[in-house]
Write a protein of this length. Sequence first.
Length: 267
Amino acid sequence: MPEGHTIHRLAAHHRSLLAGQRVSVSSPQGRFAAGAALTGAELLDTEAYGKHLLHHYADDRTLHVHLGLYGVFSDGGQPAPPPVGQVRLRLATDRHWIDLRGPTACELMSPPEVAALRARLGADPLRDDADPDAAYARISRSGMALAALLLDQSIVGGAGLVYMSEVLFRAGIPPTRPGRELSTEAWQALWVDLRELMKEGVARGRIDTVHSRHMPEAMGRAPRVDRHGGEVYVYRRAGQPCLVCGTEIQRSGLAGRNSYWCPTCQR
């Protein structure tokens, strides 16, 4: 599932293509026929909140998209090609088109529904209006593992398995530590690091979490080859040596997901 930096990049890209223009909306697949009601409406702005993408139109309606595991956008310049495959949504102007396939959610929302969505989401490190203190208030009262708490989108919006695994490694904190054992100072450092890593992800379009001294060229090692791209310390590196201490990276199930950590660096 795409992490929050990807959704923020999509919001900025869609804004650059469509904002300030009247948009034609169709559903070649037929599963979002209600979207046609937006045809002719002006797209005012786009935004990302956690893993949710919002397109705000001039008539107070909002298009809400959650990509989930299989959702993907594609786009291009006019003329638009014939729809290929299961295109749930096509947005088009005189200059550009955007297609959406396979999302978990694709729906129209009213202002109260958008407000309700925002209310149930946690602090998004990529948003300037994020409230990390509210997130910590919930974390510090919980006996659940930090890995599970950081993946809970009602606590921290946008961080997924990669960012969770990496930010805990960089902090030297095991993913199994209960939330209530995390100090205020440790949380503040975690939040700052997560925010900086995710901002870098927006800028680069991939997740890189490794310090310069541990990059392939500095260590004389081969670059990481993985469909997720980027250089990381522990994510999907189970059985490989830690880039810092050489200990074998571990993996186990936690909160219904794989969790990765170094048993030496994250005692």
